[in-house]
Design a protein around this ligand. Sequence first.
Ligand code: MIC
Ligand code: SF4
Length: 646
Amino acid sequence: MGVNLVYKIVKSHLVEGTLEPGSEIAIRIDQTLTQDATGTMAYLQFEAMGVPRVRTELSVSYVDHNTLQDGFENADDHRYLQTVAAKHGIYYSKAGNGICHQVHLERFGRPGKTLLGSDSHTPTGGGIGMLAIGAGGLDVAVAMGGGPFYLACPKVVKVNLTNKLRPWVSAKDVILSILRMLTTKGNVGAVIEYGGEGVKTLSVPERATITNMGAELGVTTSVFPSDDITRSFLKAQKRESDWVALSADPDAGYDRVVDLDLGSIEPLVAKPHSPDNVATVKEVAGVRVDQVMVGSCTNSSYRDLMLVASMLKGKKISPEVSFGVAPGSRQVLEMIAGNGALSDIIASGARILESTCGFCIGAGQAPKTDAVSIRTSNRNFEGRSGTRSAKVYLASPETAVAAALTGVITDPRDLGLSYPGITIPTEFRIDDSMILPPSKDPGSITVYRGPNIGDPPKGEPLPQTIQGVVAIKVGDKITTDHIMPAGPRLKYRSNIPKYAEFVFEGVDPGFSKKALENKKAGVHNIIVAGASYGQGSSREHAAICPMFLGVKAVIAKSFERIHAANLVNFGILPLTFASDADYDSVNNGDRIEIADVRKALETGKTLLLAGKTSGKTIALKYSFSARQRDILLAGGMLNYPKARTK
Ligand code: MIC
Ligand code: SF4
């Protein structure tokens, strides 16, 4: 049997392990990316490793998440990032140059290469044929130091695309229809490979929209083949020499094949509060809209913004709507400014926002109380917009503009406009002056550390017996936004003791104080959760801050990949119930004991949770590689130098 595309890239980068789905493998990482919100920790950890210069082919540090600078913290962090990059061989993309995934696709992504990014939407690079994976900052720091990346060897799911999209239906509708099919749960450990005749009908930015939101499925990553369309895109970015052809063998095998007829897809939305809560636009048409936001790493390419401009040309948006547009990169902004499209957007009544994440992460543009907000971004978790009562719908740029024009959710096909077919330019405007190359004289660089920067805390070796209390019990689909809120709290990303004050802020505002008191009294804290715990972002702060508060274990029905890895990296045990029904026998505030933890991990024995309050004993499962076990016993990767570099 032939080899699929995913295994071709994995094989050519394999450093340890064998290609058996589920078993731990290690791959060599060619490129890394970080962004400011996860980057400060990643570089502090990298510095702690004592490696003078990155050992990757390319490492880039982007500033895109928190550019509000309401106080000194962000600006100080940016300066730290700039100087640490210059010193250690890392390219630095300045604030204002664009969103990491968009800029990386435009200027650095290379088919067939591996990319590890400290951001869950790193799989955007799959649109250009990269094996691009999101991970915690510590894993990225290790990769920068030359260490491999460990992951479970994936199952490969082929999505076989046939036919082509109809007018007014676009890439966002494709990924929403896949989310409707596969949902956000149960896809951990899989990689999606796109194939079939439909692939050649999609441009690189459209492919990138699709792989970007694979993150919401919970898959490890998603990949498109690299073909003539990829070549033309790279040529237009003056990087044709970076192109290689890549595809699966014709007789390649897959663990599962899903067929998707592009011609059958309708305009779709994801209703509040989950990206898989998908409905057709027709089903929700007529809902009054208060805010429309176009942008984010999902839908802010030149193609998307030109589409928006064409739809808005000569029209005014509804007086009831606040409409914001954030171009994904400086390149996109300059190009639409140069060809007049930006004027059409401005004239319609839009508010032009900086080329950053901004509204997507709740850094500004919080909607009004109870608002309906239509956004082209990728996550509509409750409260993420900055307004807990807001109802966020995710949609394509086509559907977003239709709502901005009419003031209600509207199927764009009902506007009576002719569909503006947007072609990808044969030449993009290239100006890399906001990407600063590393210093040629690193010895002359002094790394700047503002008062907001603190050392990453180290964990303590795993205790023999966990004796403590269920400090919080939560339900299914708890996201990292629930655990570690972003928005106005983002500026504390480099200051763990401060940021830890906000753990579970929106779920139980008293959690942090209570947990810290327990820790001081020598009582271990336990988190109990339902299915898909840790969905969403790669932010390792959702593990570091609980570690700082004395959390020793999370017991859940199931975990999402990146978060489970982050818990291990910071010495917190991710455990699952042997039977999901046991979730009901553990309650918030229960005193519990898990005895002989170290011994059990060393021998592979089942762990038993003895409920001191409930009187019940239940079995707990775990599945750790020998490497993960040693990291956990040591109290996290920072206590386990062997795991760091090779
Ligand atoms: C997100 O979309 O949630 C973020 C903010 O980009 C995160 C990273 C972070 O929390 O810094 C992600 O997706 O990994
Ligand atoms: Fe930024 Fe939003 Fe993309 Fe995260 S999902 S990288 S916050 S634009």
